[in-house]
Design a protein around this ligand. Sequence first.
Ligand code: ADP
Ligand code: MG
Length: 577
Amino acid sequence: MPIRVLDISVAARIAAGEVIERPASVVKELIENSIDAGATQVKVETRGGGVELIRVVDNGWGIPSEELALAFQRHSTSKIERVEDLTSVRTLGFRGEALPSIAAVSQVIMVSRPAGELAGSYIEIAGGEVLQEGTRGAPLGTTVTVRDLFYNVPARRKFLRSEDTEAAHIYHLICQYALAYPGLRFTLVSSGRMAFQSAGSGQLLEVLGQVYGLEVAKSMLEVSGGAAGAAERGTSATVWGYVSQPAVHRATRGHLSFFVNHRWVQSRMLAYAVEEAYRTMLPSGRHPLCALNILVPPEELDVNVHPAKSEVKFLRDRQVFAEVQKAVRGCLVAGAPIPLVTAPASVPVNNRPLLLVKKASVAGTVRVPGPELVSLDSKAPGMVTSKLPPLRVLGQVAQTYIIAEAPEGMYLIDQHTAHERVLYERIRGEQARTGVSSQLLLEPVTLELNPRQAPALSAHLDELSRLGFSIEPFGDRTYLLRAVPAVLFKGDFKLALGELLEQLVQGQGSPEDWLDKAAITMACHGAVKAGQALTAAEMRELVEQLEKTDSPRTCAHGRPTMLHLSAEQLEKEFGRR
Ligand code: ADP
Ligand code: MG
């Protein structure tokens, strides 16, 4: 084929593909325009996962009638003028590409009335062609209605996921913008149902409650990197927001939200900075939650590195990393006590000596760094085998640890992690054989799922039933839970199911990965908790079960189930040797 310049409508559709990947991209661009227009209320309505219809109504300052058609021309924007302006962008938009891109691949009607105009003006465009223009009565602000997305791009339409999945993406997006702008009132109506609404009170914590539930929000810790002393620290970045306590964690990174200069961004660097701050505080494979605002001078930020503007580049990324990590770490250390004896993170779990004893015991909550930990491993060769010696239970300490003895010395067993190990191996065994045994609930429990979870549940009812959950649809996003895995019967099965759904939403990896992850989650929620009083018989039973496991020394998350103080060590400490 000879080289030729593409027809303008073909080129427009190709270009649109960069900006508009799926219905949620349309919603993103439209609500960003509303925010840039100073709106205090943004209402989003969708049908058919956004493919059939997306309507965004705002009360912003609108577009003058004579500029309405211009707004749909490529590279037309009211937000920047010269290339230098790119170094000081304070708006979410600046590329002048969103409206023409949306109009190239759908049917759009925009109605807008700025203050001072008596009537609204409207424009109707389909596939980039203006079909109609005129005036009509309209409230102040702008309403954009997008229908039949990708009707003229079959390739893209084919790649869309199910209606529910697309709706879930939109729901997630609205939650993120509500977190980024707590002062704005966002409403999402999905297929006629109110899916989300933020109060617009300006309180980030309130929005966190609406997104993650009150319990989680109440337990979050406030982070403030503060501008004070920033100059001395050689940084111009400030950090503010909330992070979860180390006791609250999730199986995926899907709950880390970052807003850089009020722009919701995806950033591995920021996620890493936060996770580094939690180092050794979270079980392996678990992730914290956060909603963090990072402010940097606009000239130190390149916002023009991604067509959908969802990534940014920091001029001084190392300082930003350090500032975020420090702010989060400081808040965790102040807000949550850290265990006195901790295992060094770098030691591989499976070869780890059973014995980790702190040399000199100090009262208070001081973290003991790795090198101070003493291992008696080399002096006690018998201890590296995975099997346990026969243990005699003596009692319980702090309703959390079982104290036991064997000829080799004294053992402190963490009742939760030990039970977790027992349940994990039981579940894995059942999975390999017949399926996880299930127990009927006396009363079915009603589950109200959010638009992200519901499709995951309905798509994976079979997998969940093999895990021992018997669940029936009960209209819309409501389900009835009739039976639960036997190991969870006394545990927190709702929380466990919530986490399993989250893992399904995030993608499950190979079937084997999923079974293993599910077993870990179920074991964690089925196990006795710290702080629970146990009878002597219960403790004996638990220790006996632990002795029978294949890897009794760590839980499924890799945390130790026990500490060992050997007879030699005791003698040495007491000066008998
Ligand atoms: P950009 O946001 O990058 O400037 P868009 O194509 O998204 O480009 O929008 C083009 C222009 O249309 C904007 O610069 C703005 O002036 C105007 N506009 C779009 N949506 C709205 C809205 N909801 N309220 C007011 N003005 C709007
Ligand atoms: Mg825009």
